[in-house]
Ligand binder design. Sequence first.
Ligand SMILES: [Zn+2]
Length: 68
Amino acid sequence: MYGSTYRCEICGEESDNPQHWIVIHCCEARLIIYKWTEEAANAKGARHYCGERHAQVYIGRWLDAACC
Ligand SMILES: [Zn+2]
């Protein structure tokens, strides 16, 4: 999906070249963190974050209350 635009879930920043972004896949029992890859970013249910700080915001929320 070359040319896709991704949006950070926390701050709303958008990028079509999110090289240093972070992808998270999670379900109720498990959260998986990926360095940015097209494959991880385009997976069903993937969440996108503009950097470590915003990924951590989501991880904190997830630890407080299971997502999905
Ligand atoms: Zn952000």
